[in-house]
Design a protein around this ligand. Structure first.
Ligand code: BGC
Length: 347
């Protein structure tokens, strides 16, 4: 009998886990989508590169070394892209072919390593009613929203034959003028357009309020079976965004992490996401979390370890914001990691 018990422990138990690799809630999606949600695992954002008004205008650009490093170390790479500023100003938003070729090159190099690649529409400032970035051009107000649909028609068509590992994320961080009513109609319309050319490709949709889990309760009109929900978590904000220059008020530097109260703000956000996911049956991916380089390195490492752990214990794949700029963990010129942070992301 003892022997049988032992046999059970050795052979049966590990198989239980092997058959159930994801803790994600997947009642509303296909088995394939559920599987992908569990395979996204760890990732990095190539931030401030292709979503700058022009590649390089925010100080960092994608090169072959970067593509090689990220595809070796990560199982997913999120590539934020500012298509709106590389397209004609009219309603048809014809995408500039040189820019699209550049994006093709980045996507195809990453896909060749068999990792997941998430592309999106990032920083279309006018859509949200935000101030434009330097170098971003204004279009006539009547065409702003329709241009987003035109962009997706072209993006979806251009990449319809790429591998299943290419994922479309419809819009980074809806906020401002894109309130819940508008977003719930808009994401449904974009999905219809994408589905004309990509009937089953995985699409990511995020909630209002800058993709915060707090916005999930207002996310509606979901019916597609190949959806993964993308959230962002920058709690505790005073810590993660200390000293950054682009906020209306510059937050003081010198805030450390992570006290019990700070840890709780992180786990509360994940609990909100997990509860929503269980209730609605869509799996979750953490597309952004990160901390400014101006925080002390010990706190940055502790923060990364905690967020990663909170995501992984719920089965959420994740992607750190970002590789080599003001939240970065890698020196793009010297091509070296910040070693004291690397291990928290990669070990
Ligand atoms: C924005 C970045 C910003 C980051 C952290 C991203 O979604 O696109 O511009 O640096 O969030 O605030």
């Amino acid at each position: 009998m003892r022997f049988l018990n032992l046999l059970f422990l050795v052979f049966f138990l590990p198989n239980c886990f092997a058959d159930n690799p994801t803790k994600q809630s997947c009642a509303s999606v296909t088995e394939f989508t559920c599987q992908v949600a569990s395979e996204l695992r760890r990732g990095i954002n190539l931030g401030n590169m292709l979503e700058a008004p022009r590649e390089g205008s925010w100080g960092v650009r994608i090169d072959n070394d970067i593509l090689e490093v990220v595809s070796r170390e990560f199982s997913n790479v999120r590539v934020p892209i500012r298509w709106s500023n590389h397209a004609s100003i009219g309603v048809d938003a014809k995408i500039d072919e040189d820019f699209a070729n550049r994006v093709d090159q980045v996507i195809d190099t990453l896909l060749a390593s068999n990792i997941y690649v998430i592309i999106n529409v990032h920083h279309y400032s006018q859509l949200f009613g935000d101030n434009l970035h330097a170098g971003e051009y204004r279009v006539s107000p009547e065409v702003v929203e329709e241009r987003l649909l035109s962009l997706w028609r072209q993006i979806a068509n251009r990449y319809k034959n790429r591998s299943d590992k290419l994922i479309f994320e419809l819009l980074n961080e809806p906020h401002g003028k894109i309130d819940s009513d508008r977003w719930n109609k808009l994401h449904q319309n974009i999905i219809k357009i994408v589905r004309d050319s990509n009937p089953t490709r995985i699409i990511m949709v995020g909630p209002m309020e800058w993709n915060s889990p707090r916005g999930l309760s207002k996310l509606g009109n979901l019916s597609d079976k190949n959806l993964i929900i993308q959230i962002h978590n920058y709690d505790p904000f005073e810590f993660t965004h200390q000293g950054v220059s682009y906020l209306p008020i510059k937050l003081p530097i010198g805030i450390s992490c992570c006290s019990d109260a700070q840890r709780k703000t992180i786990s509360d956000a994940f609990d909100t996401a997990q509860q929503w996911s269980k209730k609605n049956g869509y799996p979750i991916y953490l597309g952004e979390f990160g901390v400014s380089r101006q925080a002390d390195v010990g706190s940055r490492g502790r923060y990364i370890a905690i967020v990663r752990d909170e995501a992984e214990k719920r089965g959420f794949g994740w992607s750190y914001w970002e590789l080599a700029s003001s939240f970065g963990v890698f020196d793009a010129e010297k091509k070296i990691w910040n070693e004291s942070l690397r291990r928290f992301l990669l070990d």
